[in-house]
Design a protein around this ligand. Structure first.
Ligand code: CO8
Length: 261
């Protein structure tokens, strides 16, 4: 499939989606969002893809936000609402994918760009990365779930601090706050993302997909409801061929061979 503003490259079982509007620091305009939406549909339908990495073209930015020139042309609340909805749909698709989605934040991840990273399962960053939600400096609030996902990640106080100040923070501080999981020198970031993708996809595929679902859905439930959900998933996994294989492989001291069944 041909895309206008993203590059999609598959290497064995990992797909790298590169946000590719470097002249605008990969800012998300409507056409880019359409591309990303179509790419997620294609990934969801392709069993040969086991992991997804999202990164930005060029050395400066992951994604510098929503395209501010497009926001400036919005002239009705309905149009603004539709813009906001457009990426929510894509983010929920990413959450429903059985594959892990890793953000490789290779520079600025601001506003909608940080919201994209927050909608990924795991965030890795380069040492020169800077993240933040500067929407209030433009007369807006984060419109793609950023404040809400941030609150779930770092708590109410820090979410309010970051969203209401619009402060940009560097990779070391982002790591300290738990906004990114690991930081690497810029030239090692993509290799590290591939390595993590391989580490995850060496595990039983039904189990890793179930773990993602459990954590995503569980985060929206009370602990009591979440553990009830967990016991159901755990019980189902106990009956899979992969569980029989994984436990037998441990007992027989050999590597497991997964069937995804
Ligand atoms: N939108 C459009 N163009 C952009 C954006 C953007 N978000 N960011 C950068 N660009 C363009 C610049 O205008 C510039 O274009 P040109 O060369 O034609 O002048 C080019 O990219 C390079 O940028 P700079 O010259 O500004 O590069 P600097 O290195 O000086 O600065 C920064 C880099 C600090 C990243 C700076 O570009 C910047 O502050 N960008 C904007 C960051 C921002 O405020 N992002 C939040 C946007 S709002 C948002 O994301 C809302 C999300 C929710 C939306 C929900 C519904 C729409």
């Amino acid at each position: 499939m041909a895309y206008e503003h993203i590059l999609v490259e598959q290497n064995e079982h990992t797909v790298v989606v590169t946000m590719n509007r470097p002249k605008a620091l990969n800012a998300l305009n409507a056409a880019t969002i359409r591309d990303l939406n179509a790419a997620m549909d294609a990934i969801a339908a392709d069993a040969s893809i086991w992991a997804v990495i999202i990164t930005g073209a060029g050395e400066k930015a992951f994604v510098a936000g929503a395209d501010i020139t497009e926001i400036n042309t919005v002239d009705s609340a309905l149009q603004g609402t539709r813009m906001s909805e457009s990426l929510h749909e894509v983010f929920f698709k990413m959450a429903e994918l059985p594959q892990v989605v890793i953000a490789a934040i290779n520079g600025y991840a601001l506003g909608g760009g940080f919201e994209l990273a927050l909608a990924c399962d795991i965030r890795l960053a380069s040492e020169n990365a800077q993240v933040g939600l500067p929407e209030v400096t433009l007369g807006l609030v984060p419109g793609w779930g950023g404040a809400l996902r941030l609150e779930r990640l770092v708590g109410t106080g820090m979410a309010k601090y970051l969203v209401m100040s619009g402060e940009r923070i560097n990779a070391a501080e982002a790591l300290r706050l738990g906004l990114v999981e690991k930081v690497y020198p810029a030239d090692q970031l993509l290799a590290a993302a591939h390595e993590l993708a391989q580490k995850i996809t060496r595990n039983a595929p039904l189990a890793t997909a179930a773990a993602k679902r459990l954590i995503n859905r569980g985060a929206e439930m009370s602990l009591r409801d979440a553990v009830a959900y967990e016991t159901g998933i755990f019980g189902q996994l106990c009956t899979t061929a992969d569980c029989k294989e994984g436990t037998a492989a441990f007992i027989e001291k050999r590597p497991a061979e997964w069937q995804g069944k």
